[in-house]
Write a protein that binds this ligand. Structure first.
Ligand code: ZN
Ligand code: FE
Ligand code: FE
Length: 279
């Protein structure tokens, strides 16, 4: 069993449509894949309709959170999209992402980068994110490749054109996912956000708030980080999770490059009130 619990589609900042992501997941030899677009459930219906034989879908999302001004990402699986508070928070985050995207375009234009909001909006079919602005910057000839936008010159946190956005306190995000019948996993805890690494005390507090797992196996976490996180997860009674965080061409099509062990997957799904909906 090969199980990838983290990927994105055009419902947020991935470059491939949900149906295409499902087709590619099966082609990559996966048996189960979770679609975890940023702050939205919008891709799930298309993904379900397009499921190839032999592939199971775990409906998920990646919630934008913030702690002391630093970005934290929380993966939620099997949460009911109709849960009123969760749906309202996702809506609030997405609306503020539009406001913030427009503000970043304004800053870019003030810096002499001829990007327009129309270009960005045409690239963003769902949740708007910095990767869409980065792609518009490539189209406008400002930079050569999207990843070049993520520096202090442009869109990196603290960068000249960077603008903050609304996000949830991580404790609240964990509570919401659980209230909606789902299970929560802290995404890529070993990746520094603006040089800041999520403190172990915060992870312990989230564990007490009902966090189900830590994303240990992620392509941008090295061996030393994975070892540290695996030990931390074991000590806190959290499931060691894993996934590719594929964003289509933006990340070099890496579906299935990291996975969660089947036993860990079973344990994780068993923590959700909606566990019967897991493939
Ligand atoms: Zn993303
Ligand atoms: Fe993330
Ligand atoms: Fe992600």
């Amino acid at each position: 069993m090969r199980i990838d619990l983290h990927c994105h589609s055009t419902a947020s900042d991935g470059t491939r449509a949900p149906a295409e992501v499902m087709r590619r997941a099966r082609a990559a030899g996966l048996d189960v894949v979770a679609l975890t677009d940023h702050d939205t459930f919008a891709g799930h219906d298309e993904a379900r309709r397009a499921l190839p034989p032999g592939l199971g879908l775990v409906p998920g999302l990646e919630l934008s959170c913030q702690q002391q001004g630093h970005s934290v990402h929380l993966l939620g699986y099997l949460a009911d999209p109709r849960h009123p508070e969760l749906a309202a928070e996702c809506q609030a985050i997405r609306s503020d992402r539009v406001r913030r995207g427009q503000a970043m375009v304004e800053r870019l234009r003030a810096l002499g980068a001829p990007v327009t909001w129309e270009q960005v909006a045409a690239l963003a079919q769902g949740t708007v994110g910095r990767p869409h602005i980065a792609r518009a910057m490539v189209a406008a000839g400002v930079i050569g490749r999207p990843e070049q936008a993520f520096t202090s010159d442009w869109l990196a946190p603290g960068g000249r054109a960077y603008v903050e956005r609304y996000a949830l306190p991580p404790q609240r995000a964990v509570s919401l996912v659980r209230a909606a019948g789902g299970v929560a996993v802290l995404a890529h805890p070993g990746l520094p956000a603006r040089g800041w690494i999520i403190p172990d005390e915060l992870i312990a507090a989230l564990a007490r708030a009902g966090l189900g797992g830590l994303e240990v196996d992620h392509p941008e976490q090295d061996r030393a980080q994975r070892d540290r996180l695996r030990a931390l997860a074991a000590g806190l009674g959290l499931v060691a999770s894993g996934g590719s965080d594929d964003h289509g061409t933006l990340t070099g099509d890496r579906l299935g490059c990291d996975t969660i062990a089947p036993e860990a997957y079973e344990q994780l799904m068993a923590l959700a009130a909606n566990r019967h909906e897991a493939p």
